[in-house]
Design a protein around this ligand. Structure first.
Ligand code: KIV
Length: 272
């Protein structure tokens, strides 16, 4: 990577230009300073403070319980660490559904109070008016279609979406609507690869896939999944680049053992 590329800030127009250039967009999640800094240094293009932190960081069974204050807190921390990547904050459940006013106000808070450069919003038709307003007011929006985890109780499972022809048509239509409303890119989660390809080819804005096959304009994963830190289950679409949970457990066990057996600390780890 050249020095110029390393330090050039990734902006919303730049993310859109990746598609025109045929360059894939790399995206991952971060919830804390250390992880965000390491991701940024690795040259990631987009960092999402995902509401997946509800499950991965806070231990809730789904993404519904996490609220605005927690999301703002994590977004502030990540923004402080990032110099190059585009920082996108996830709008949590009930921060935009009740009214346009709530949606505009809460999205604005991420930019005004927490240093985010864009927000992500789940859904198609029901959020189109909000997306248009946000973009008009200078708040860039990353759409999210397919498996939208805030609707887990409607779906009943985290299964593949858009399998039936009717559902696939609806997703194609909603992707176009999001583009027309001004979204700068769309996350496509857990839909068939062929459908993701069709949607990707039909849009001028980039698609960023997670469990949506190789034809999207970019890819995103939850960092703790790809690092093997969150190992309670592994969706098929996750590629593990490390097995950190095993190493962390092993290190913790070794520490406990060393303290109990008085192997730690030694003289050279003490002061005179
Ligand atoms: O919350 C999240 O981390 C997400 C990504 C997995 C796309 O929505």
């Amino acid at each position: 990577m050249s020095q110029e590329k390393e330090t050039k800030k990734v902006t919303v127009p730049e993310i859109m230009a990746y598609k025109r250039r045929g360059e894939k967009i790399s995206a991952l999640t971060a919830y804390d300073f250390l992880m965000a800094e390491m991701l940024d240094e690795a040259g990631i293009d987009l960092i999402l403070i995902g509401d997946s932190l509800s499950m991965v960081f806070a231990g809730y069974p789904n993404t519904l319980p996490i609220g605005m204050e927690e999301m703002l807190y994590h977004t502030r921390i990540v923004s402080r660490a990032v110099k190059r990547a585009l920082v996108v904050a996830d709008m949590p459940f009930l921060s935009y559904q009740p009214s346009l006013r709530d949606g505009i106000y809460n999205a604005g808070r991420f930019l005004k109070e927490a240093g985010a450069e864009a927000v992500k919003i789940e859904g198609g038709e029901p959020v189109i008016e909000l997306v248009g307003k946000l973009v008009d007011f200078g708040i860039p929006v990353l759409g999210h279609l397919g498996l939208i985890p805030q609707s887990i109780h409607k779906f009943g499972s985290y299964n593949l979406q858009g399998k039936q022809p009717e559902a696939a048509e609806k997703l194609k239509k909603e992707a176009k609507m999001l583009e027309e409303a001004g979204a700068f890119a769309i996350v496509l989660e857990k839909i068939p690869a062929g459908l993701a390809k069709e949607i990707t080819e039909s849009l001028r804005i980039p698609t960023i896939g997670i469990g949506a096959g190789p034809h999207c304009d970019g890819q995103i994963l939850v960092s703790q999944d790809m690092l093997g830190l969150f190992d309670k289950f592994k969706p098929r679409f996750v590629r593990r680049y490390a097995n950190l949970a095993d190493q962390v457990r092993k290190a913790f066990r070794a520490y406990v053992q060393d303290v109990k057996s008085q192997n730690f600390p030694q003289q050279n780890e003490s002061f005179e």
